[in-house]
Design a protein around this ligand. Structure first.
Ligand code: HEC
Ligand SMILES: [Cu+2]
Length: 483
């Protein structure tokens, strides 16, 4: 019975596919048809600030849609302790989300608040017409302008200010998204959210406190201090995270205001079931990371199957962890151990596959003082230890059972100083016995100068009950040269 149903289903799908293919050839005609759609009635558009979107259009008829958008120049918070003067469409970055359907006649009124200092306008990528509306909407503070356009192409589109210097208006937050739904609306999902990436350029470096003015030179150089979702660091984290329940489908309307950087949009631990590439009609499936150009967008959707916090990032990953492009989707509900088990077993991991790798050490080499006292060497060695050895051998040289041997009261260490120097110089792999316990692991080669190796080992030898050997840089170079 089930088989029969499947056969029927496949057959129907085949027919649908054929119809689809044959329809494709008449696509040109369809676009013209959109232009001919007659509107029925008037309605005020619902506008929302991020991360929320207005209600779906569903199967409503095309209408005359009234959009009132107010421009506000206002101070906001970029991150803790850092203020920034944002220029906004509707009081938020990104600006208010506009939701239309194909064939709507949008009557757009742009008002520039009298407290603002500058003229602005709007270029909507959903508009077919000169400047995307920019030329008709240029408006001085204390004024408003109205123009109208018909939505001819379904898709997700960026809008932005296009007043000179254009880059500066965009860099200050003047962008948002306008959705043009197809006839009958997009397929229904359980949750929908609005996310937009932007790069920011401030006089001070990332994190420098106070009110930070825009930095034109950094913007020209594309040297962003902040890369964020929804206008600021943390707009989508902690209590601001977007949410869903296990089993729900989630759709994200994702835009990139730029002004400069392309987004490698990714949700850690999720796979996009569907991606409307570049916000258009081309549908890609089973996507890990989707590329969103500056001035572009994408619609992604996926079903959340397991609970947890899913991190939203620009996978150009320093932007996520160092410049702010990080958000969170919190999913609550029942665990499903079959789909995701959690930790099953813990062990030691050797990514190098048994060979010794070098840890990078970007620091400038310091001047060498050859006449240090023992106390000076121990002090300097302690600093090096805290930076380079501590993570594995632990704060008091106690090591970690079965993984990292102890340096405290280590018989292995105290038996042979040349061997210890050699280990720090070249790394170590293979079985060793320290204080009666066997270790068979890998110590990475440490990129330290002879002097630093002398200091760190002097510190180790003069701590935690070891034999107080004083290691000199000359001993280190001697060991080096015997290789
Ligand atoms: C990435 C982890 C790691 C770091 C960082 C590291 N070690 Fe090790 N170290 C090990 C492991 C693992 C072994 C054992 C290697 C083996 O079993 O073959 C070891 C062995 C040693 C030994 C010989 C065994 C003993 O306990 O006496 C010495 C001495 C030593 N390390 C010193 C240092 C010093 C000094 C530093 C910092 C400059 C350092 N290590 C940094 C992982 C590390
Ligand atoms: Cu502007």
């Amino acid at each position: 019975m089930k088989n029969l149903r499947n056969i029927v289903k496949t057959g129907l799908m085949g027919i649908a596919l054929l119809l689809f293919v044959s329809c494709n050839s008449t696509e040109e005609k369809k676009i013209i048809d959109f232009a001919k759609i007659q509107v029925q009635g008037t309605m005020d558009a619902e506008l929302t600030s991020p991360p929320f979107v207005p209600a779906p259009v569903g199967d409503r008829a095309a209408k005359k849609l009234i959009v009132n958008m107010e421009i506000l120049e206002q101070e906001g918070t970029m991150t803790d302790g850092v203020k920034y003067v944002y220029w906004t469409f509707g009081g938020s970055v990104p600006g208010s989300f506009i939701r239309t359907r194909v064939g709507d006649e949008v009557e757009f009124t742009l008002s520039n608040h009298p407290d603002n200092k500058l003229p602005h306008n709007i270029d909507l990528h959903a508009v077919t017409g000169p400047g995307g509306g920019a030329t008709s909407s240029f408006v001085a503070p204390g004024h408003e302008k109205t123009f109208s356009f018909k939505t001819l192409n379904p898709g997700l589109y960026v809008y932005h200010c296009a007043t000179a210097p254009v880059g500066m208006h965009i860099a200050n937050g003047m962008y948002g998204l306008i959705l043009v739904e197809p006839e009958g609306g997009l397929p229904k999902v359980d949750k929908e959210y609005y996310i937009m990436q932007g790069d920011f350029y401030t006089k001070g470096e990332n994190g420098e406190p106070g009110l930070q003015p825009f930095d034109m030179q950094k913007a020209v150089d594309e040297d962003a201090d902040y890369v964020v979702f929804n206008g600021k660091v943390g707009a989508l984290t902690g209590d601001n995270a977007i949410t869903a329940n296990v089993g729900e489908t989630v759709r994200l309307y994702v835009g990139n205001g730029g002004p400069n950087l392309t987004s490698s949009f990714h949700v850690i631990g999720e796979i996009f079931d569907n991606v409307h590439i570049e916000g258009g009609s081309l549908l890609n499936k089973n996507v890990q990371t989707t590329s969103i150009p500056a001035g572009g967008a994408a619609i992604v959707d996926f079903k959340v199957d397991v609970p947890g916090t899913f991190i939203i990032v620009d996978h150009a990953i320093f932007r996520a962890f160092n410049k702010g492009a990080l958000g969170m989707l919190k999913v609550t509900g029942e665990e499903n151990k079959q789909l995701y088990s959690g930790v099953k077993q813990e062990g030691i991991y050797h990514p190098e596959g048994g060979t010794i790798q070098t840890m990078p050490n970007g620091e400038a080499k310091k001047e060498v003082n050859l006449n240090k006292t023992l106390a000076e060497k121990v002090a300097s060695g302690k600093q090096i230890y805290t930076k380079t050895c501590f993570a594995c051998h632990q704060a008091n040289g106690e090591g970690i059972a079965n993984a990292f041997p102890p340096l405290a009261k280590s018989d292995y260490l105290n038996a042979d100083v040349k061997r210890a120097i050699d280990i720090v110089l070249n790394g170590k792999t293979g079985e060793i016995t320290v204080n009666g316990a066997k270790y068979n692991s890998i110590m990475t080669k440490q990129t330290l100068t002879d002097d630093e190796i002398a200091d760190v080992l002097t510190y180790v030898y003069n701590s935690w009950g070891n034999n107080k050997t004083n290691v000199d840089a000359s001993m280190v170079s001697e060991v080096k040269n015997t290789h």
